[in-house]
Ligand binder design. Structure first.
Ligand code: PEP
Ligand code: MG
Length: 585
C-alpha cells in the first residue's frame, strides 16, 4: 500500500481500478530484414491497417450514438489517413528496397509526411498533422503489440490516472464510466478540476508522482476531501473507506434538491443560483439540480478535439439546443476562451511560453475576427430564442470591450440585411477576471449590461499564482484580502451603475464563501451543477442582514487564514448541526 498526497481538487470518495492514460512515446526498433521477409512485413502492415480501421469504425459509431454524428466526424480524417495510397506506397518501398522492418518503415514515412505537411501554407492540411499522429500511434500500437486497455472495453467504472488530461481528451472520455481523476500536475481551478466538479466526481491533482506509482489495474482510493490517493490499500483501509463512502453518499443524498428554482435568504433577498456548463451532456444537470439556467457556457469545448473549426450552423444548433433546454431561464454564452490551458490544434494557436499571459480569449478573438464573427453570428441567431445573453472573457480594459461590441454590432447589421432573426436587445456582459478590469470596473460597467467575476483567473492574475501549477497551489487563496477587496469594489461599481453582477469562478460554488459573497451583495452565483443544491440550502438558511455584517468584518482582516477561520466559525454558529453536511462534505 502507498499513500500519495496531492491537492484536494474536487470532493468525494471513489474506490476502483486505475485506468492510466499516458502520452505514449514509442521506441521503434530498426531491424534489417532479409529478402524472404519482405512479404511477411507487408502483410503485417496490411493487417495493422485493417485492425486500426475496424477500431476507428467502432469508436466512430459509439461517439455518434452518444454525442451525435457531428462529433463522430472527427474520425473521418483518421480513416482517410489509413487509405492514403502515397503514404502506404512509401512504407512498402522502404520495406522492399531499404529492407527494414515494418514498424521502422512506418514511423519513418509518417515523420516524412508530417514534416512536409507542416511546411505547407494551407491551414487545413497542416491541421491534419494531429490526425496523422493519432492514427500512427494506433497503428504502431498494433505493430508493436502494445497492450492497451481500451476504454470501450471497460466492464466497470474506473478512476482515470494521467500526467495531465488535455481538454480534448476529456471531451472524448465516456463520462458515465468515470469515477474520478488523479493527475500529476494541476491546481484547484485547472481544467481537469473544473470538469471533475461539473461531473460531481472526486479529483486529486498535482500529486507529481502519481503516474510513477500507479499501474493500470491497480486498486486505488481517491479521497477528494483530504487530497490523498491510496494505491493497493490493505483490507482494513479498504473496509474503512467503504464505510466512509457509504456515509458520504448518505449525507449527499440528504441534501435536499428543491424543485423550486428561485431562492432567497430568510429575510427575502433574492439571488440567482445558476450552473456552469462545458459539454452538452452536462445540460440536463441544470434541471436535475434545479439551477436557474446557465450562468456560464464555456463554448471553447465545442471547438476542442476537432479537426475543423465548427461552422456557424453547428454552433447555432448547439446554442439553440441549450437555450431551449433551460427555458424559461437564461443561458449566458461566453465567447471562446482558448489559450491558457485550453488549446486548439497547433497551427491555429501556436504554443507559447506563458500561455496564461499570452494570446488568449478575447485577444485571440479580436485578432481572428473571422473565427470570432462566426461565433457571434451563431450566438445572435440563437438569441431569437429570447433567453440568451453573451459575455466576453479576459477583457483587460474598455477598448477591448468596445472592439468586441463593435464586431457584435457588425454581425447584427449583417444578419438584419440577410433577414435573419435575432434578439436586437441581447444583454452583453463583461467577465471581470483580469485585475486591470477589476480596477476599472466603474468605466466597464457604464458600457456593459452585467458583470460576471471570473475568480479562477482573477485570483491567479492578482496573486501571480499559475492556477495550474501544483508547486504554487498553496498560494492560490480565494480568501486573500487583495482578492476580496477587488470583488467587493467590482460589486459596488456594478451596483452604482445599475447593472447586476454575478460570479462564475469556482469560488462561487465554495459553500464557505457563500455567506461572504452574499453579504457583499453578489446577485448571481454560477457554479458546477452538483454544487447548486447545497449553496441554495445555505442561502435559504441565512439572513442577508447577518451576511452583510459578516462581509463587513471579513474585509477588515489581513490574511487568508484569518478570513477562513472567521468564516468557518460564523458558518458553524449559523448552521449548527448542518455545518458538516453543507460546508465540509
Ligand atoms: C474564471 O476564470 O473564473 C472562469 C470562470 O473562466 P475559466 O475558468 O474558463 O477561465
Ligand atoms: Mg477565466
Amino acid at each position: 500500500m502507498i499513500k500519495l498526497k496531492g491537492i484536494a481538487a474536487s470532493s468525494g470518495i471513489a474506490i476502483s481500478k486505475a485506468y492510466c492514460i499516458g502520452k505514449e512515446e514509442f521506441s521503434v526498433p530498426q531491424k534489417k530484414i532479409s529478402h524472404a521477409d519482405i512479404s511477411r512485413e507487408i502483410y503485417r502492415l496490411e493487417e495493422a491497417l485493417i485492425e486500426t480501421r475496424r477500431e476507428l469504425f467502432a469508436l466512430q459509431k459509439r461517439i455518434a450514438d452518444e454525442l451525435g454524428f457531428d462529433h463522430a466526424r472527427i474520425f473521418e480524417a483518421h480513416l482517410l489517413v489509413l487509405e492514403d495510397r502515397v503514404l502506404i506506397e512509401d512504407i512498402i518501398q522502404q520495406i522492399k528496397y531499404k529492407k527494414v522492418n515494418v514498424e521502422y518503415a512506418f514511423s519513418q514515412s509518417i515523420q516524412k509526411f508530417v514534416k512536409t505537411l507542416l511546411k505547407l501554407e494551407d491551414e487545413y492540411l497542416r491541421e491534419r498533422v494531429i490526425d496523422i499522429e493519432d492514427v500512427s500511434r494506433r497503428v504502431l500500437r498494433k505493430l508493436l503489440k502494445k497492450e492497451t486497455l481500451s476504454l470501450e472495453d471497460l466492464k466497470e467504472k474506473v478512476i482515470i490516472v494521467a500526467h495531465d488530461l488535455s481538454p480534448s481528451q476529456t471531451a472524448t472520455l465516456p463520462k458515465e464510466e468515470l469515477l474520478g481523476f488523479v493527475t500529476d500536475i494541476g491546481g484547484r481551478t485547472s481544467h481537469t478540476t473544473i470538469i471533475a466538479r461539473s461531473l460531481g466526481i472526486p479529483a486529486v491533482v498535482g500529486i507529481e508522482v502519481a503516474t510513477r506509482n500507479i499501474k493500470p489495474g491497480d486498486k486505488i482510493i481517491i479521497d477528494g476531501y483530504e487530497g490523498t490517493v491510496i494505491v493497493n490499500p490493505t483490507s482494513k483501509v479498504l473496509k474503512d473507506y467503504h464505510k466512509k463512502l457509504a456515509k458520504v453518499t448518505r449525507e449527499i443524498k440528504a441534501i435536499h434538491i428543491p424543485r423550486v428554482v428561485k431562492v432567497h435568504t430568510s429575510d427575502k433577498r433574492e439571488v440567482v443560483v445558476s450552473g456552469n456548463v462545458e459539454f452538452p451532456e452536462e445540460i440536463p444537470l441544470i434541471q436535475e439540480y434545479a439551477a436557474e439556467g446557465i450562468g456560464l457556457y464555456r463554448t471553447e469545448y465545442i471547438f476542442l478535439g476537432k479537426r475543423l473549426l465548427p461552422t456557424e450552423d453547428e454552433q447555432f444548433k448547439a446554442y439553440v439546443s441549450a437555450a431551449k433546454k433551460v427555458k424559461p431561464h437564461s443561458v449566458i454564452i461566453r465567447t471562446i476562451d482558448i489559450g491558457g490551458d485550453k488549446f486548439l490544434s497547433k497551427p491555429i494557436v501556436p504554443a507559447e511560453m506563458r500561455p496564461f499571459l499570452g494570446w488568449r480569449a478575447i485577444r485571440f478573438c479580436l485578432a481572428r475576427p473571422d473565427i470570432f464573427k462566426t461565433q457571434l453570428r451563431a450566438i445572435l441567431r440563437a438569441s431569437a430564442e429570447g433567453n440568451i445573453k453573451v459575455m466576453f472573457p479576459m477583457i483587460s480594459g474598455l477598448e477591448e470591450l468596445r472592439a468586441s461590441k463593435k464586431l457584435l454590432e457588425e454581425c447584427k447589421k449583417e444578419l438584419k440585411k440577410e433577414g435573419k432573426k435575432f434578439d436586437t436587445r441581447i444583454s452583453v456582459g463583461t467577465m471581470i477576471e483580469v485585475p486591470s478590469a477589476a480596477l476599472t470596473a466603474d468605466a466597464l460597467a457604464k458600457e456593459s449590461d452585467f458583470f460576471s467575476i471570473g475568480t479562477n483567473d482573477l485570483i491567479q492574475y492578482s496573486l501571480a499564482v499559475d492556477r495550474g501549477n501544483e508547486k504554487v497551489a498553496y498560494l492560490y487563496e480565494p480568501g486573500h484580502p487583495a482578492v476580496l477587496r477587488m470583488i467587493k469594489d467590482v460589486i459596488e461599481d456594478a451596483h452604482r451603475n445599475n447593472i447586476w453582477v454575478g460570479m462564475c469562478g469556482e469560488m462561487s460554488g465554495e459553500p464557505l464563501f457563500t455567506l461572504l459573497l452574499l453579504g457583499m451583495g453578489l446577485d448571481e452565483f454560477s457554479m458546477p451543477p452538483p454544487r447548486v443544491s447545497r449553496v441554495k440550502e445555505l442561502i435559504r438558511n441565512v439572513n442577508y442582514s447577518d451576511a452583510r455584517k459578516i462581509a463587513e468584518r471579513v474585509l477588515s482582516f489581513t490574511t487568508p487564514r484569518e478570513v477562513e477561520r472567521y468564516l468557518q466559525a460564523e458558518a458553524k454558529k449559523l448552521l449548527r448541526d448542518n455545518f458538516e453536511r453543507l460546508i465540509i462534505i
